[in-house]
Design a protein around this ligand. Sequence first.
Ligand code: AMP
Length: 482
Amino acid sequence: MKTHLFSEYALCEPLKRAIEGLGYTKPTKVQQEVIPVILEGRDIIVKSQTGSGKTASFAIPIIEKIEWEENRPQALVITPTRELAMQVKEDFFNLGRFKRLKISPLIGKSPFYLQEKELKQKTHVAVGTPGRIIDHIERGTIDLSAIKYLVIDEADEMLRMGFVEQVEYILEALPSERCSVLLSATMPEDIQGLCQHYMHDPLLIEIEDLNPAAERIEQTLFEVLERRKEDLLIDLLAIENPDSCMIFCNTQLKVDELASTLEDMNIYCDRLHGGMEQSDRLNVMNHFKRGKFRVLVATDVAARGIDVEQVDLVVNYDVPNHPENYVHRIGRTGRIGNSGKAVIFVSPAERRLLEDVESYIEREIPRGEVPSRESVLDAAVAFEEKQNERPQLKETKGEKLSEGIIKLHINAGKKTKMRAVDIVGTLCSIEGITSDDIGIINIMDISTFVEILNGKGEYVLKALQDKPIKGRLRKVNKSGKC
Ligand code: AMP
């Protein structure tokens, strides 16, 4: 059944509430195709780009089908990069928020023992990169016996990064009775082989809008000597004066050099590349998403899948070595329903690479005129002004959804044999509170965290000051942010 409304899917109320809270009014094209197929439990191969709403296309039906009571993970999502894993985790968390789903990120360069601890507790969905998932399998810290849904996201990137054998290793460890979903922008032979071998009669869905660039993104090419690129960039930044801009270079060294140059010129920017510590990478990405700084200089680690609301300008400072990365880079702008601008700088030595890009996108990128001195000078004042302005921070989607949710800390946990039923029982005995008002409950060794939804947090907090939980009055207070 294809529908143009979320309300027509057989989805539970908490999920519908999250979809509405995230501001999704109608399913995107890929969602219309994919949601019903996964709801039916059929294997599916999706040929589609990011920025089309593809994460929600698998997250929504999987969340619908997850059984809350089961403690073992029921869905496993494999992604090629840690950033993407964190983003997919975030999307699952937001969509699964009112169903109270627990989502565990399994990524490298972050503490193994914390992931192990989470996996020992209830985990509904595990999202991770191949290496760390394999570590958990080999050390016996993940129980895969209840996996019913497998998602391989950005399969072609997985192949390019040399992860296919690792993915196969993971697939061998999963129960064979499952629904498998594979998403890829292209379908090279190795991926087809993977599908034939590990999927059962999959449906192939191709979303035509393969090149979102063509319609929504205004693209311009500048032919420029390598040593003149810096000046051209500064001029364009002044003229475009973007609120949010991503500049892509091909190497980590170039990113570092260019970011330092911009900083020296008092252009407030930050950088992102694979040579940085994972925590720094995630911090930079989060700050950029929130709009704490306007210009991000990055390698292609930031090109794939990363979802930043409204990037105004994408600069290909170098022509990408892999033509498909051009589409991924410029796809950071012109996200669902928005328009955007992308420019590409081409030095004489890069003309060959440009041919690859243009043949990949099957069109010529329009050539642009280098801006005149006067126009740059005219724009300079407004640019300076914006540089000196404090950026207005954007609310993330999760934060919007968190409005009306308060997290409480209860001074008792596993050591005092506290269980979720004890908490739910007490909360539901408060007048006006039902299980619909209770969010995620996290029971640690000596404390418990529980989310209270629907703006009832303060009321519950007050009530718990003289209401015993599991036979005793407990110290209850508000805990940080949700
Ligand atoms: P993705 O292709 O998964 O990276 O999603 C791109 C962006 O679209 C994300 O910011 C999603 O939150 C957003 N999105 C997903 N589905 C919808 C929808 N039905 N309506 C509006 N935005 C959506």
